[in-house]
Design a protein around this ligand. Sequence first.
Ligand code: SAH
Ligand code: SF4
Ligand code: F3S
Length: 452
Amino acid sequence: MPAKTFYLETFGCQMNVHDSERVAGTLEARGYAAVASMQEAELILFNTCSIRDKAAQKVFDRLANARPLARQGKKFGVLGCVAQQEGEAIYKRAPHVSLVAGSASYAKLPELLQQLEAGAERVSGLGEADAAFETELTRRGNPFRAYLTIIEGCDKHCAYCVVPYTRGQERSRASGAILREASALAGLGYTEVQLLGQNVNSYRDPSPAKLNFAELLAAVGEVPGLRRVRYTTSHPRDFTPEIVAAMGRNPVLCDHVHLPVQSGSDAVLARMRRGYTRARYLELIAAIRACPRPLAVTTDLIVGFPGETDPDFEQTAELLGEVRYAGAFIFKYSPRPHTEAQAWPDDIPDERKTERLMILQQRQQQIQLEDNQAWVGREVEAMVEGRHPKLDQWSGRTSSNRVVNFSAPAPLPPLAILGQAAPAAVGLTPGAYARVLVERAGANSLVGRLTA
Ligand code: SAH
Ligand code: SF4
Ligand code: F3S
């Protein structure tokens, strides 16, 4: 009997990417086969993100465009944060959808699919957002980096943020289970693991071992076979110098901290309910800079938060120069359902938001360009992620998460397409490590040649 086929498209953060890996594994265990296009699929799934209005709209655009396929008998499902937030209202906006399930209901997916297969017109899984989804059936889509969830949900309730409503309350996994999974991943050949959570720093071990995040990170760093351990995301309120100390002791813990600041103005930070001041944030940056090994710091910023004045914005712009981030994701404020700030006037006009966004992006690009140029003439270790056949270049990342594009001397190893495993016999494959001499640098990447 031919397998039933599914197409799964993912929007949003790494947690969604990892959820999709788990959903794919669950479906495959039920006899479904993944296909690469909607045309080939019987079941079309979107794993959605609701962090900003634009992100949430994207799925409705995709659904509208794909609607003609529903006439061919294909079924549509909406998963993830938009599903959790909108629930059955999705059926009204997109009547060709027949499955809606939030992340807390993925354990029930086999059951829901069975109902669909048995002829049910519509099935929904919309339990409390904080139910657990543990599965052994993960199908990891990334051949070189394994995601490993350590904490789900978020209790912070930043005034602008929808995540606590779509992902529920914080719940940490037991440290023993995390360490076992890390060892199993090393056993499968992964050398890079990324610990995931909306706020990893507030990790609280429910087991008697009672590890805090710094202790857990140190323990994962000791798992034999792992060469790079990353984590995301950190929250300044719960970030501790102990984490930096653990990183300083073990170079397996990558040279990178993503520490979202959101704003450089104390007045805005207070209204955002972030729970720290600019001065406190800068103390953390000083602790990170004091690490014996240089650590790259990246951040997230929001412009145009309600009531953000020109002087508030100037303080954010000025902070960029003070911290000199290695990267920054900059967003225009977008009011979200259920959040505290939704009730406040969204009083910064869109043109002003765009202008502020562009000013920050420009400053940030200049800083990155200058700092990346300081790498020219130095050798870095890149983990190979793939090859750009057109550019005749390999692409990888340093421990500090910088992109490195590099050429390798002839004869060229066989082609490996980005994101796909190449034959294991060749020296350069996704997941391999290469020494690269940096010869040039742009704002977003280093460029060099293979030395070993
Ligand atoms: N848990 C992480 C990231 C959450 S979402 C943290 O606390 O840092 C990723 C980023 O999206 C946030 O850091 C924030 O910069 C941005 N974001 C969240 N809600 C937003 C909103 N309503 N409008 C614009 N940007 C938002
Ligand atoms: Fe959202 Fe704040 Fe939680 Fe991050 S810490 S997920 S921004 S509520
Ligand atoms: Fe988006 Fe949900 Fe992640 S809202 S950012 S996919 S937790």
